[in-house]
Design a binder for this molecule. Structure first.
Ligand code: HEC
Length: 309
């Protein structure tokens, strides 16, 4: 066994450890859900610490073995009378491979035979690190050309930019209050909407209208009497625009249009439930034939101020 085999094996162990370390981290990111993140991070930290420990121990073991091997090679050389030449370190080997530099003692071999005012020129090799970098840029240019221009598999920066702009614009329109056409809104007893609406109602509206809509600070929402009309479009409009001067705020800035719709659907679904100790009727009896969704002047003003139009 000579020293170089030992050195190589040490490097291999280190490399394998690093690679497996990297893949552990990747897997952890891929598979864990939000709730398990803490456990994953704790485990990952532990694994990384163990890996570092293993690397450090391997490094020192390899170092000791190298020293022992060198000592025995030196003794062997002394016994046989051959002068001991220490093998180059891995760093020296790498540097030589990367630069192909001619040692100073051998410069006579590569000196060119002209002299300018005593300045003479060495015919050095191009350093391999430089040539490979150069070839690398050529290969990269070819790959780039094929991927971006010939194949068009990845978007150019202009396309990327335009796609982002489009995404933002989509996001903006989706947040606009006008997204749901309230003048054409129809009630459908879809349990999905109604259940969402119930959640929204309980967390935002129940403090004034009670969980069951029986009323408190705000009016009873389960009876046939309405201050602002009892069609789903009327209810949508009241929630969206509010009646600020009477203590019912506008929810347009707090709830998304589809949340307002869901809350309105929930209110529609509790019509006639007649909860215990409900608030006395307020307003007029609502008749579905009385021009549903009629936009009244007082609400048009409120709507305009909400939309800032
Ligand atoms: C701070 C108390 C308060 C909260 C919170 C509140 N409201 Fe109201 N709400 C009122 C008051 C007061 C009125 C009566 C307004 C009036 O007199 O014109 C009202 C009226 C209404 C009306 C019209 C009733 C009618 O008779 O025409 C609806 C519909 C309504 N609220 C739904 C909601 C919804 C949905 C929420 C939650 C997103 C909500 N309210 C949150 C106080 C509140």
């Amino acid at each position: 066994m000579n020293t170089r085999t030992f050195k190589l094996s040490g490097k291999k162990v280190g490399l394998t450890t690093l690679v497996s370390l990297g893949s552990t981290a990747l897997f952890a990111q891929d598979q864990a859900g939000d709730g398990q993140m803490f456990v994953v991070y704790a485990l990952l930290t532990f694994v990384i610490l163990v890996m570092i420990l293993v690397i450090v121990i391997t490094f020192f073991v390899v170092k000791v073995i190298n020293i022992l091997a060198e000592r025995s090679a030196r003794e062997h050389a002394e016994k046989t009378g051959i002068a001991y030449v220490p093998p180059p370190s891995w760093w020296q080997t790498i540097r030589q491979k990367l630069t192909r530099a001619t040692p100073v003692e051998k410069e006579e071999d590569i000196i060119l035979d002209h002299s300018y005012d005593g300045i003479r020129e060495l015919d050095n090799h191009l350093p391999p690190w430089w040539t490979w970098l150069f070839y690398g840029t050529i290969a990269w240019a070819a790959i780039y050309l094929v991927v971006y221009h010939v194949g068009g598999w990845l978007p150019l920066s202009t396309e990327e930019y335009l796609a982002e702009v489009e995404e933002i614009q989509k996001l903006r329109t989706s947040q606009q209050v006008a997204q749901i056409d309230e003048t054409a809104l129809e009630f459908t007893a879809d349990p999905e909407f109604i259940n969402k609406g119930k959640e929204i109602f309980v967390s935002n509206c129940a403090s004034c209208h009670r969980n069951d809509g029986g009323g408190g600070i705000g009016p009873n929402l389960t009876d046939a009497y309405w201050l602002h009309g009892g069609s789903v479009r009327d209810i949508f409009a009241v929630i969206k625009n509010g009646v600020p001067e009477k203590g019912m705020i506008s929810w347009a800035a707090i709830l998304k249009p589809e949340e307002i719709r869901d809350a309105a659907f929930f209110i529609m679904s509790i019509q006639g439930t007649n909860p215990v100790e409900a608030k006395a009727p307020q307003g007029e009896i609502y008749n579905a034939n009385d021009a549903p969704g009629e936009v009244r002047a007082d609400r048009v003003v409120a709507k305009a101020s909400v939309n800032g139009q």
